[in-house]
Design a protein around this ligand. Structure first.
Ligand code: SF4
Ligand code: SF4
Length: 336
């Protein structure tokens, strides 16, 4: 898909917003106390355009924290799949990359029918951002999205430079032609200046140099044990991570004769995560579980890339103040 660039003037934003809300349920970042959350929005004034990250990533719309997969209806098994279109407005580049990582997992054949149906009924509208002290997406190459969105809005002094990234994005622009304008040289200069300011704002960087080798060599580093002692094993970091996708499936009795099959988020920090038939646990200690997460996130797969997009959620929401990049720096340091 060739990207197209158009301009949306600030005074036309509400008309585009109203058009989008006519297509389905629109969710956007809303401030809730100290955190931000993607919430259903009916009025554009509810949106916080200056948010950095939500606590829960957009994966909650495609894989729910807890959901009923199917249960008996009469004599048939009935799969519950929602019909509503969802419009996710204001996703940052790292979260769009996070969804693409989930796509590789859930849409590989055989595709997950629940995830697939929701993904096909979603419209993704990206939005530019300025990083805070936790962001390190730039060092992972996930600070700019070239695909995975329908429209991407970049802030300009008097509106938005809009990148159109899909056929559906083009359809939205065509249906609202009167709202958009040509991009001027002045707009391109402002876009470039914004991106340069953004690049300068990154304070945190993950050193990717030989990361896989470093992890191989540092498997027995005492730094893992020090951090495992400090870790509370609460699982917050996995719940807020846009690319963590472990879940468990169980059957729950709803009457003496009926059960429903449920899926709910699981976390590799839970002791039961590594428990298999026969009572064997292949990650029996907190050290095993803590270390495992870093190998899962940072082991580079040439075909799939990293499993981390550098969103900073695990750092911001860790109650023990454990910071992803710092752990890896200390592990690297312990090899010298
Ligand atoms: S590991 Fe942390 S920084 Fe990386 S994607 Fe997950 S929550 Fe974001
Ligand atoms: S959020 Fe922090 S304390 Fe909780 S499991 Fe993750 S690393 Fe450990």
């Amino acid at each position: 898909m060739t990207l197209k660039y158009v301009k949306l003037h600030s005074e036309n934003f509400d008309d585009l917003f109203n058009y989008l809300t006519g297509l389905g349920d629109l969710y956007a970042p809303v401030k809730k106390g100290r955190i931000h959350s993607f919430q259903r929005v009916l009025n554009s004034r509810e949106i916080d355009f200056n948010y950095t990250r939500t606590m829960l990533p957009p994966k909650k719309f495609f894989v729910k924290p807890k959901e009923e997969l199917f249960g008996p209806k009469g004599s048939e098994w009935d799969e519950e799949v929602e019909e509503r279109t969802i419009i996710l407005f204001g996703l940052h580049s790292c979260d769009i990359h996070g969804l693409q990582i989930l796509d590789r997992v859930y849409l590989s054949e055989p595709a997950d029918p629940y995830y697939k149906a929701r993904r096909e009924r979603s419209i993704i509208i990206g939005m530019s951002c300025i990083p805070d002290e936790y962001c390190f997406c730039r060092s992972l190459g996930t600070d700019f999205a070239m695909s995975g969105f329908d429209l991407f809005l970049h802030e300009l002094p008097d509106g938005w430079l809009v990148r159109v990234g899909s056929v559906r994005g083009h359809e939205i622009v065509w249906a609202n032609e009167g709202l958009f304008d040509e991009v001027s040289d002045e707009d391109l200069t402002s876009f470039k200046a914004f991106e340069e300011e953004r690049a300068r704002a990154f304070k945190r960087e993950l050193n990717r140099e030989g990361l896989a080798d470093m992890l191989d060599l540092a498997y027995g580093s005492p730094v893992w044990s020090e951090y495992a002692e400090r870790c509370l094993a609460c699982g917050n970091c996995t719940l807020v991570c846009p690319t963590c996708r472990c879940y468990e499936v169980c059957d729950r009795w709803v009457s003496p004769y009926d059960a429903v099959r449920e899926r709910r988020y699981d976390s590799c920090f839970m002791e039961s995560h590594g428990l298999v038939a026969g009572g064997h646990n292949f990650r029996p200690t907190r050290l095993d579980r803590f270390r495992h997460r870093y190998y899962c996130k940072n082991y580079f797969d040439p075909e799939a890339g990293f499993n981390c997009v550098g969103c900073g959620r695990c750092d911001e929401f860790c109650p023990a103040g454990i910071e992803h990049v710092r752990v890896l720096e200390e592990i690297r340091g312990s090899l010298r």
